[in-house]
Structures are given as C-alpha cells and as structure tokens.
Write a protein that binds this ligand. Sequence first.
Ligand code: SAM
Length: 472
Amino acid sequence: MYDIKSQIAEEFISDEEIRDTMEYAKQNSTNKELVKSILQKARECKGLTHREAAILLECDDKEIINEIYEIAREIKHRFYGNRIVMFAPLYLSNYCVNGCVYCPYHLKNKTIRRKKLSQEEIRQEVIALQDMGHKRLALEAGEHPVENPIEYILESIKTIYSIKHKNGAIRRVNVNIAATTVENYQKLRDAGIGTYILFQETYNKKNYEALHPTGPKSDYAYHTEAMDRAMQGGIDDVGIGVLFGLETYRYDFVGLLMHAEHLEATYGVGPHTISVPRLCMADDIDTSDFKNAVPDDIFFRIVAIIRIAVPYTGMIISTRESEKSRARLLELGISQISGGSRTSVGGYVEPEPESENSAQFDIADHRTLDQVVGWLLDLDHIPSFCTACYREGRTGDRFMSLLKSGQIANCCLPNALITLKEYINDYASPKVKVKAEAMIKRLLTTVPNEKARATAAKYLDAIDKGERDFRF
Ligand code: SAM
C-alpha cells in the first residue's frame, strides 16, 4: 500500500504506485488540457507531483518539450541565478565487500588495484585539491567494515578540515558512503559534514536485488530507508539520486520523485540535492551489458522535469558527462558540477597509469578546474566556491526558506562573487582571471540591496589585500 509518510521502503516507494503512475502517464500524455495545467503549475514554481511529472516525461510533442526546457531554465534562474557551485570528489578507499554488478569496486574484481589512503596520503590529496582551488569535496569510499569503518571516515573528515595550505581550505565535506545506522549518521553530523549523499541506484526492488546479489548493500529496505535514518540522526541535508541505465528510466524517474516527496512530507524538508549519474564504462564493467542506457535527448528531458518538479533542490552533474552534454544540462537546471575530478584513489597527487587502474569509472570530462571555470565564464555562468549556508547554519528547512524568500540575490550572489574572487586571486590562470574580474565588476552592480552591495565591494577589496573567507 502506498503511504508517503511511512518509514517502510516498500510503502513510500510503492511498486504498485510506480506502475500505476507509468500507466496513467501513458494514457494522459496527449490530454492537452491536463498537460497545459501541469505546465502552468510548474511555471508558478509550485513543484509537481510524481504523477504530473510522469505525464510530462511521456510527452513527445516538440512544442511541449521546448516549453518544459524554457520553464526549467526560468526556475533555475529564479532560485539559483546563473551560479554554478563547484566541487570535486575525493576517493578515500576502493575496498568493498559488496557485489554490485555495475561497479568495478565489487568484491570479486581481481583486476582493479585496491587502495586505501592513509591520513598522510589524504593530506597530500587535499593539498593538491586546495592548490587547484577547491573548497568543497564529496568523499567517496567503498563499503568495507574492516578497511573503511566509520572511524576511518570520521578521522579522514577531521584531517581534511584541519588542512590549511597557503590560502586553501576545504570548507564543506559532503559524504557519499554506504547506508549506515542512525548512530553513525549522528557521528557524521557531529563531524560537521555538509550533505550526506547516497544514490539509490534503482528503486525497482527486484532489479535492485539482482544488481546487488551479495554484501550488505543487497538489503533493499536498509538502503532505501537510509535517508530516513540520516534525518533521524540529525543530518538535515541529504542528497539522493539514481544511477540511470540500470533500470528503465521511467521507473526510476518516478521512484526518485516519490523519494523526494516522502522526505518532504515526513521531515518537512526535501532532498538538498538530486544527482543524475549515468552508467559509465569502468575497469571490468562494460555498459553494453546493460540494456537500459538512457539516450541524451531523454536524459535532458529527465533533468529539466526534475528541475521543475522539485524547484528548490540543488542538482548535480559529475564528470561522467562530457563537456558538450554538461553545457546543455547547465541550461536545464543543474546547479552544481565537479571539475578537475579524478575517480582513482590517490589520483590528485599521482595520476595513475592505465595498468594500475583503481578508478571507479571512466570520466568523460578531463579538463582542469581552471579550464572548467573559464568555460563557465564564457557561457555566462558564475563559478561559485561558496559554502556559506551550511557554515552559517542555514541547512535543511532554513536553507529552503532562504531560497524561497527571494533573498538569494542579496546573499548568494555576493557570496559567489567573493569566493570567485578568492579563486582567481589564488589559483586562476591570467586568462581566466581577466574574464572573472569583468564578470565580478559587472554583477556586483546587480546586487539589489545597497548595503549588501557595499559590503560585498568592501570584501572584494579586502581579498585583494590578502584577507580571505568572507561570507554573507
Ligand atoms: N559505496 C557507497 C555506496 O554504496 O553508496 C559509495 C558510493 S560509490 C563510491 C558512488 C556511486 O558511484 C555509486 O553510488 C554508484 O551510483 C556510482 N557508480 C558505481 N559504478 C558506476 C559506473 N560504472 N558508472 C557510473 N557510476 C557508477
């Protein structure tokens, strides 16, 4: 039985409700009046239910698709302006006891080189990341109770926050580790993590069990209920996602939105972020073995509809996507991207030779962070290294209310400009610096509140004089 507020996985992600929704969407996708009313609701930034969103996903009419793209662009601009938050993944360890059939970390893989960073190696990786200009990381690790216990993750977080190399600092550590207990989530919260991220991979229980035949991750309910435990453990900001390509996109699209609705209905705050990874080639993984690959045009539609269905959520795209598709996706609602990423353990200090592969997947965007920043500036996006909200305690519903209040232009815009200024003074190439200076100068004048504008100008001057770490 579908129950949005239930704490039981199979009730808040009801297989029956997903299938009914898919059927309902097929039957109603040509109902012009209904589609029009859904688009109107979307335009008003009211979000969409999973049923309404599923109807839009079924629409093949070019005009409607273009209208969806246009609304997605508008909503993105209304809530996030043209800021794009930058981050990088940091792989701590690829030891893993699970048997996930799509992931090269799986226990039986004998060709991948197993590696776990010591605290000293983490220090070196973080220094390399700080020297690129990163301020925000996503920690990644395989699931291994002996090699990667929670104590190792906690110690690593402490190490990362403690490193201040030159003007560098990691100011927000997001964590993407396996589903765990309420007690461990409390420990992660106490360690000062930003977002707890966990991808569902697929919401289809039967397929989930086939894709995760062995190891603790094979427990569908434990995995699906992880965000509930994280919330109960006091983590306000959680990030959800599915790995597109494992299950039919229609099923997981509906499941993903139902998960977001469940969190909002139960805890009063929806997902802080939604990630949309697509399956990639990897060490012993061949994507042609999976029959649900999502083509680009459908993928763009999915991203745009998630943006309008959950208007307040941050949307993340990684270097799994190429420069070309990232450019398109930025227009359709993405608000965070990684840059200069390495998916191998220890890869920032020492890029691996191919014979020693420890990477999780093959990336499609190999550009440096500086190149990505320059490219964003060319596309008129503001690369932002801001971490202010979480450091000011604006997490969970407090973050959402800032977004809804419309104060972002007086708060997030100056924060983006200030952190971009830090980046260019400390790390950017001369070419990128010139472009960014011009953008900062131009956009400072658009901060609506006079006092906020004056304060931002003062901070920008202070950064030129060597001071760092200002925020609104
Ligand atoms: N072990 C943790 C877990 O079970 O969630 C951490 C996750 S793993 C380091 C990060 C994510 O990478 C996974 O959740 C999965 O969605 C994704 N991933 C695994 N194999 C992949 C592949 N071949 N291509 C693209 N993404 C992949």
